[in-house]
Write a new protein. Sequence first.
Lengths: 114, 112
Amino acid sequence: EAGVAQSPRYKIIEKRQSVAFWCNPISGHATLYWYQQILGQGPKLLIQFQNNGVVDDSQLPKDRFSAERLKGVDSTLKIQPAKLEDSAVYLCASSTDRQSYEQYFGPGTRLTVT
Amino acid sequence: DQQVKQNSPSLSVQEGRISILNCDYTNSMFDYFLWYKKYPAEGPTFLISISSIKDKNEDGRFTVFLNKSAKHLSLHIVPSQPGDSAVYFCAATASANNDMRFGAGTRLTVKP
């Protein structure tokens, strides 16, 4: 079974630029999550999708962050414009459904904003 | 708001001995708890979990203990092996919303 795929693995941008991350969850997983992990901290949930609908985006800074999962499979997370404090690892995870607490994580995208 | 806390940033143990990683939480709504293990440049991987209706769950060398009255859980690894060296994250969620909260992690080093 293929795991959660993410790309790119690393990205360096200047502040005020825009960036997008891509995630392909495990086949058949209905629920998809995006997390932000700042150095020295645990992952923080940004947004949760159930199929192609948003379940929870209460911690997503909506003035600059957006995410979509148009066909209920792949997802993209965008930051526009980026700030220095957005430097972090962005993790995508998936689970079979919302009632399954076991989440499978991708390797993450390490973003550096200079 | 840090609802899940891992107060020890690091832990070092000798191979063959017991590793005990601790986690505290503040939200009484949490009813499911998990431990994830993370190697460098990889995403966290699920290790073991426990429901609030239990106070212990065991899987091979790994045992998680839950003390609801103290809002405390711990992960025991016996015997510890060098391959267990990783960052361990404690996580908690409430079944009502499945909003997973993570601690900051504890870096375990098992010395040969």
